[in-house]
Design a protein around this ligand. Structure first.
Ligand code: PMP
Length: 306
């Protein structure tokens, strides 16, 4: 297997730093056979003026991968601390002078069956990734006919790879139907999240987002956005959200490590506000990017300099 794009990348694989093509998971592993693995998505932002790269909320992401392992009933746990250290070392070895996306994974290795709980394996990859155009332009979203997995069937609040077969359906359908993104409702018919990102709307001047008991991943960007909105003097409500409330929203946006803060221009063809990124969303985006790139002084310990 080869992919020129990745040919020079170094990855962390079970305690060693190796060229990416040397890092392989066995076909008998429960990770391959049953999708028994958990992961994280972390961004590092390169600030050209400062000549520095910052990992955003590294510790919180690694604490969440520890949590995901416990929720997925792994009997061995890869702890957050060494994963943080390995990530920093990996970033140094790859020496990117641009922004990047980091993906740690802990998986069930060996040759066990679906109820195996050990042994674990671990790897971390880091690949260059900038901010996509859609963050500026905004996206068109579709309320999916695919229901978000509920806590009675899969732990949506854990970042388990197998969960992503649910959002994969929603994402594929949205794309076939000509949309950029999917919004999923949960088993109670309430708004849950996008296919890999959380969702907010501004309604009557208040920022509203589904609470964490609505089958959402307990998102670190969602938490960041709540802090920033409150700092901007905006009231934030975390509660059940009905689909039809979005049709009355003045603004809406997705948020997540990958999606950053992405405006939603319309839902099901019905424009949000005037169908363009809203003023509050744009103000929030500026605050967000100033924080993650180290333009704003890091008073909360969210940045790890590489
Ligand atoms: N929901 C899902 C299903 C996700 O995969 C992600 C991305 N990790 C998010 C929400 C956003 O989470 P975070 O802000 O922690 O990246």
């Amino acid at each position: 297997m080869s992919d020129d794009k990745y040919k020079d990348l170094i990855v962390y694989f079970n305690g060693e730093f190796v060229p990416w093509y040397e890092a392989n998971v066995h076909i008998f592993s429960p990770a391959v056979k049953y999708g028994a693995s958990v992961f994280e998505g972390i961004r590092s932002y390169y600030n050209e003026e400062q000549g520095k790269a910052y990992l955003f909320r590294l510790k919180e992401h690694m604490e969440r991968i520890e949590f995901s392992q416990r929720v997925m009933r792994f009997a061995e746990i890869a702890p957050a601390g060494p994963l943080c250290e390995a990530t920093i070392e990996l970033m140094r070895r790859n020496n990117f002078k641009i922004s990047a996306h980091i993906r740690p994974t802990v998986y069930l290795d060996g040759a066990g069956e679906s109820s195996a709980r050990s042994p674990i394996g671990q790897f971390i990859t880091a690949v260059p990734r900038g901010t996509p155009e859609k963050v500026k332009k905004g996206v068109r979203a579709q309320v999916s006919s695919w229901e978000r997995i509920s806590d009675r069937c899969m732990p949506a609040r854990a970042k388990a790879n197998a969960n992503y077969n649910n959002s994969r359906y929603a994402g594929i359908q949205a794309s076939i139907d000509g949309y950029d993104a999917a919004i999923m409702l949960n088993s109670r018919g309430k708004v849950s999240e996008g296919q890999g990102m959380c969702i907010f709307m501004i309604r009557n001047g208040v920022a509203v987002t589904p609470s964490v008991t609505n089958d959402v991943l307990e998102s670190i960007t969602r938490d960041t956005v709540i802090v920033l909105l409150k700092e901007m003097g905006i009231e934030v409500q975390e509660r059940d959200v009905d689909r039809s409330e979005f049709y009355d929203a003045s603004e809406a946006f997705f948020c997540g490590t990958g999606w950053e803060v992405t405006p939603i221009n319309d839902i099901d063809g019905s424009p949000i506000g005037d169908g363009k990124p809203g003023d509050l969303t744009k103000k929030l985006q500026k605050a967000y990017f100033d924080v993650v790139t180290g333009v704003t002084e890091d008073t909360r310990g969210w940045l790890t300099e590489v």
